[in-house]
Design a protein around this ligand. Structure first.
Ligand code: FAD
Length: 369
């Protein structure tokens, strides 16, 4: 009897708060949230180049096509910056760079739309009212640009590398989760001897293979981009004009990205290349060299909102997905919402809660999308 009690005590002592599957922006931010809350975790990740490592890393709460704020934009950015900054101070390295975005106008009439938008509540914190009529060096457009302030870029691959490097061997496993090896009990889950109160799936487009959550309408949107060398382009800002051009280092720029919902592979395509070339042809009048052409799938959802919540039957299986095109901006506050939901039973905002797709689970044969 005593041996059993002792065994049970050791079992409980070794129980982690969460197993996290996937280390992209979702997994990283959820783990940072757990560190903040002083909860321990175990991460399982394939280590394969994911959407996050292909992203430009732009953190922008405005919608520059429509001159509006993005959904929950102000709340997301207010939480995101201190969240990243606190990890920066913890390990004494910088990952977040403040950089304005110069939005080039297609027509001079857009200048008027910009001026009106720049005086609106919330947007006025980001859109500078003053319009500039000169172009930056190397930019072809001649209709002027507006500057977006208080935005920037997260060096996503670097933060993921540093975070992984700081993990202990008892916190990280570099492999694809074998779903059949996961033991699910009412009060805990066990994976190859690792015990946790719950498991949180942060698998990006990998969700499609997840046997518990693949009923959710993750659509996926492929993005292709270039890394270009362009010695004459300015490195002081992000340029938006058909595509984004973002400074990465000496003479190196990220340029993209395309959107395609038909092709769900990570392969680069001739069509994607032609599209990017035509956008750059319209935007740049400076020589450049293509150094790399990449592609990845953004985890987008049919209603364009994130996916957070618990499995309808197994109450210790959770999901954190659907970051779409704005993972850098949204993942920090979404991590807090998910933590509060799991640990404090606080309700999730309905727009992100997966129970909005309850019928997809209960009537899987019906065509929903
Ligand atoms: C070209 C491009 C440009 C983008 N630019 C921006 C941008 O500028 N700003 C922005 O905010 N967003 C951008 N995005 C979107 C952003 O990349 C996504 O919102 C975000 O990366 C999604 O993060 P995630 O963690 O959900 O998924 P991912 O980054 O794909 O990470 C999922 C991880 O889970 C792992 N995994 C999956 N299944 C398993 C399993 N069974 N076992 C173990 N590991 C598993 C994968 O290997 C991967 O490491 C861009 C996306 C693309 C494609």
């Amino acid at each position: 009897m005593e041996t059993l009690a002792l065994f049970f005590m050791i079992f409980l002592q070794n129980m982690k708060h969460s197993i996290i599957v996937g280390l992209g922006l979702a997994g990283l931010n959820y783990a940072l949230q757990l560190q903040k809350e002083k909860k321990d975790f175990f991460i399982i990740d394939t280590g394969i180049k994911n959407a996050s490592r292909n992203a430009a890393g732009i953190c922008n709460p405005t919608v520059l096509k429509r001159y509006t704020m993005s959904w929950y934009g102000s709340e997301f950015i207010e939480y995101a910056l201190p969240h990243y900054r606190s990890f920066e101070s913890k390990i004494n390295e910088s990952f977040y760079q403040d950089l304005p975005i110069h939005k080039y106008f297609n027509r001079t009439s857009e200048q008027n739309d910009w001026s009106i938008a720049s005086h609106k509540k919330e947007l006025n914190k980001f859109l500078e009212p003053q319009i500039t009529n000169n172009s930056n060096p190397g930019i072809k457009r001649k209709n002027g640009y507006g500057s977006v302030q208080n935005v920037g870029r997260l060096k996503v691959s670097l933060i993921l590398d540093r975070f992984t490097k700081n993990l202990l061997a008892t916190e990280y496993l570099n492999e694809a989760l074998d779903y059949d090896s996961l033991e699910i009990d009412d009060n805990h889950v066990i994976y190859k001897g690792i015990v946790a109160q719950q498991i949180v799936f942060c698998e990006g487009y990998g969700l499609k293979k997840n046997p518990w959550f693949n009923y959710l309408p993750l659509i996926g949107s492929k993005g292709e981009y270039f890394l270009i060398k362009a010695p004459k382009l300015s490195r002081k800002q992000i340029v938006k004009g058909g595509v984004f051009i973002l400074p990465m280092g000496t003479d190196l720029f990220w340029a993209g990205a395309s959107f395609s919902s038909d092709d769900k592979t990570n392969e680069i395509t001739e069509k994607g290349k032609e599209w990017l070339l035509s956008k750059l042809e319209n935007l740049l009048d400076t020589p450049y060299e293509i150094i790399y052409h990449g592609a990845s799938i953004r985890p987008t959802v049919s209603d364009r909102r994130p996916l957070l919540g618990e499995h309808p039957i197994h109450k210790n299986l959770y999901i954190f997905n659907g970051l779409g095109t704005r993972g850098v901006l949204m993942a920090p506050l979404l991590s807090k919402w998910l933590f509060d939901f799991i640990s404090e039973k606080k309700e999730l905002p309905q727009a992100v809660a997966i129970n909005r797709f309850e019928t997809y689970f209960s009537s899987p044969k019906k065509k929903h999308v």
